[in-house]
Design a protein around this ligand. Structure first.
Ligand code: GLU
Length: 309
């Protein structure tokens, strides 16, 4: 079966070096298996994203030589499809409205999952139809998935065996926000399935989302892709990279006199694929790609790898 990898950028700012690091590894993993790449713009939340950042993300990927074979429809145009997926879950009795306010969700006693999200208490799980009808007069609800009582297990291509007790460690999660915007978890799983993606390579910050997505695949009757997570790239000093900081972007590096090939070579060096940070094109790295060489611990950019701002 043909491997199909993907780039799934959210155009809420400039892609930062960490986004480019994941993109390089996603591309190398797919290409080293003779696979294809899909590009899908994750502009679900149109209030936080912009067409200018979409165009810039495409230009950045192409400037580095990270090509794609087809482009999926951007998420902002797919709400009808997400609604149909939601209805498939509703038909199984797995969706319920939640009227909790932000304050209630973030009450001091609320337990937190490993990714910092609040584990939902289940307060609205047992509302009667009459209570729902009354509450709907006051506000529109978010919609949550009633998560099955099960431990989800999978083997990450890079981090190996992983498991999560969904009810205890994550809780009922949001499928559609109260403002009508579909949640990332639903959109990404539904899209990857519909667009034929067989391999998802992305940053380790999304490792803990994978059990939720695997559950959605199962409930929607879809075959899940393989998942491979990459370590996160941190700025010198350990600071998180930011999409708001031009210094962390490709444009910032090009301003400082770096060539795209120096950027690719530097990222490949940090990924353990090159012994030294020497200029390289992605295609030259294909034969060198091996998950076994990629570190599992997060990687801090050395001060002197790229010219500093
Ligand atoms: N759109 C997400 C981001 O840019 C990535 C989603 C994913 O890879 O599943 O962070």
């Amino acid at each position: 079966m043909m491997v199909v990898g993907r780039f799934a950028p959210t155009p809420s700012g400039l892609l930062h070096l960490g986004n480019l690091f994941c993109s390089l590894l996603a591309w190398l993993s797919a290409r080293s298996q003779g696979g294809e790449m899909l590009l899908r713009i994750e502009d679900l939340d149109t209030a936080r994203t912009s067409p200018a950042y979409t165009d810039q993300a495409k230009r950045d990927l192409l400037a580095l030589g990270l090509t794609w074979d087809r482009e999926g429809e951007p998420q902002s145009r797919r709400s009808g499809f997400y609604q149909a997926c939601l209805e498939r879950l509703e038909a199984q009795g797995l969706v319920y409205p939640c009227f909790c306010s932000r304050g209630e969700l973030h009450a001091a006693s609320a337990p937190h999952a490993s990714d910092g999200d609040v584990i939902y208490s289940g307060k609205c799980r047992g509302l009667t139809p009459d209570q729902v009808a009354e509450l709907r007069k006051l506000k529109s609800p978010a919609l949550r998935l009633r998560v099955p009582e099960e431990t989800v297990t999978f083997t990450d291509l890079h981090y190996g065996p992983c498991s999560q007790d969904l009810a205890a460690e994550c809780g009922d999660f949001i499928l559609r926000r109260s403002d009508g915007v579909f949640a990332y978890q639903l959109a990404v799983a539904a899209d990857d399935a519909a667009m034929g993606v067989t391999e998802v390579v992305r940053g380790r910050d999304l490792l803990s989302s994978t059990p939720r997505q695997l559950t959605l695949y199962r409930l929607l009757g879809e075959t899940p892709p393989a998942f491979g997570h990459t370590p996160l790239l941190l700025a010198p000093g350990g600071r998180r990279l930011s999409k708001r900081d031009r210094d962390d972007s490709l444009a910032g590096l090009l301003d400082r006199g770096c060539t795209p090939q120096q950027v690719v070579g530097g990222l490949a060096y940090l990924a353990g694929l090159l012994d030294r940070p020497q200029p390289a094109a992605p295609a030259e790295l294909i034969p060198l790609f091996d998950w076994g060489k990629v570190p599992t611990r997060d990687v801090t950019l050395p001060e002197d790898l790229f010219p500093s701002a």
